[in-house]
Design a protein around this ligand. Structure first.
Ligand code: PMP
Length: 406
């Protein structure tokens, strides 16, 4: 059978990382993968993560037994509070939420997709933004949930195509699954305003659509964890039944530790608690057959921080350091391009939020800036703002200016 297995293409993002590593130029700039870098272009272990790690190491009771199937409760309960807005969330108070620890955000999207593939009785099709995180296609494809897309990004304004988005959501058959990025949209860096979220919720309510929130960047949009969950909170307040995939990769810098959580929320109903109990039982079976038990380390770190008010405050400070540096880079890049008189408008660099910016470069320009200036970004012109620092931003602005003029 081996000969029937065709060669698959390399994952584009990880291929880009490999090409960057192989590049010998001292000037090379990595704007590919969405991982935070400090001003020296180095990965940053959050000081609060170091503290939590030390606490864990010094705990003589700590062992390496299996976690429960649904993960560590001290982590999943705080993860739910973080995305739902605290213990006063109506979903938490009314026991209408169940949470399962997953293999980071990817595992949470997968578990949600698998669950809906089994149990969603509406239109079994997921609508994803165009563009979106490339893995969404593969994950839903793997569980045979067909995919359609809704317009999201306007090439003209380099902002939200709100009319296009609304009419596609309105045009989708009743009870479709709509995948929404909770905040800091990947790859565009463009989010709806709160007023726009309210309109989206209204349209989705009128169509009885099912919201599937993917939240990989809480804390990176506004720098405030409790502001970055406003869209999710609004939908919950409106009584939607919904699911959430939550990643702690970026906001804790725990990329490789795979700390994440899947949450299912049912609507307010007299039997909501028993519905959630049944859902939890099925999620446990799916989890058992796929990973048995989730990994401990990342959840222990995140759980330790989220359960301790002092460490939590320090985490918020660390998040402000990361989001603040990214905002500085946005301001600086825009100013430099405007100073150089680079053709085009560059306000989108500071208007866009989160970790990424959609520069507007086309694929030919992306390939040219790579071969001419050793600057690495994804083919769609997305740059990870965290790859910029005071040491390379001048060089990058000039390279960008040149490729736009060429
Ligand atoms: N969703 C989106 C939109 C993302 O950008 C990411 C990270 N690139 C993820 C989910 C999941 O990432 P991870 O599995 O590393 O948590």
């Amino acid at each position: 059978t081996a000969e029937v297995v065709p060669q698959a293409p390399e994952d584009p993002l990880f291929g880009l990382m490999r090409a960057f590593k192989a590049d010998q130029s001292p000037d090379k700039v990595d704007l590919g993968i969405g991982a935070y870098r400090d001003n020296n272009a180095k990965p940053w272990v959050l000081p609060v993560v170091k503290k939590a790690d030390e606490t864990l190491r010094n705990d003589p009771e700590l062992n390496h037994e299996y976690a429960p199937i649904a993960g560590l409760p001290f982590f999943t309960s705080k993860a739910a509070e973080l995305i739902l807005g605290g213990p006063d969330s109506p979903a938490i108070k009314e026991k209408r939420v169940t949470s399962v620890q997953t293999i980071s955000g990817t595992g949470a999207v997968h578990l949600g997709a698998l669950f809906l593939a089994r149990y969603w009785t509406g239109n079994k099709k997921v609508y994803i933004s165009n563009p979106t995180w490339a893995n969404h296609n593969q994950i839903f494809g793997n569980v045979n949930v067909p995919i359609a897309s809704y317009p999201y990004f306007s090439k003209e304004t380099k902002g939200l195509d709100f009319d296009g988005m609304k009419s596609a959501i309105l045009g989708a058959p009743d009870r479709s699954i709509i995948l929404l990025h909770a905040c800091a949209h990947n790859p565009t860096g463009v989010d709806p305003t709160f007023e726009q979220w309210k309109e989206i919720a209204q349209i989705m309510r009128s169509k009885n659509h099912f919201p599937f929130f993917d939240c990989a960047y809480q804390g990176f949009a506004t720098g405030d964890l409790m502001k970055d969950n406003l869209a999710v909170r609004h939908f919950v307040e409106q009584g939607f039944e919904l699911v959430i995939a939550q990643s702690f990769a970026k906001n804790f810098g725990l990329y490789g530790e795979r700390a994440g959580c899947f949450h299912a929320v049912t609507g307010p109903a007299p039997d909501a608690e028993s519905t959630i109990t049944r859902m939890a039982s099925q999620l446990a079976i799916l989890q058992r057959s796929e990973i048995s038990n989730p990994p401990l380390y990342g959840a222990r770190i995140a759980g330790t921080v989220m359960n301790d008010p002092k460490l939590f405050a320090e985490w918020e400070e660390n998040l402000r350091t990361m989001s603040g540096r990214i905002i500085d880079m946005r301001k600086s890049l825009r100013a430099k391009l405007e100073e150089l008189g680079t053709p085009g408008t560059w306000n989108h660099i500071t208007d866009q939020i989160g970790m990424f910016s959609f520069t507007g470069l086309n694929e030919a320009q992306v390939m040219k800036i790579r071969s001419d200036a050793h600057v690495y970004m994804t083919k769609n012109g997305r740059i990870s703002m965290a790859g910029l620092n005071t040491g390379n931003i001048d060089y990058f602005a000039k390279a960008l200016d040149k490729v736009v003029r060429d």
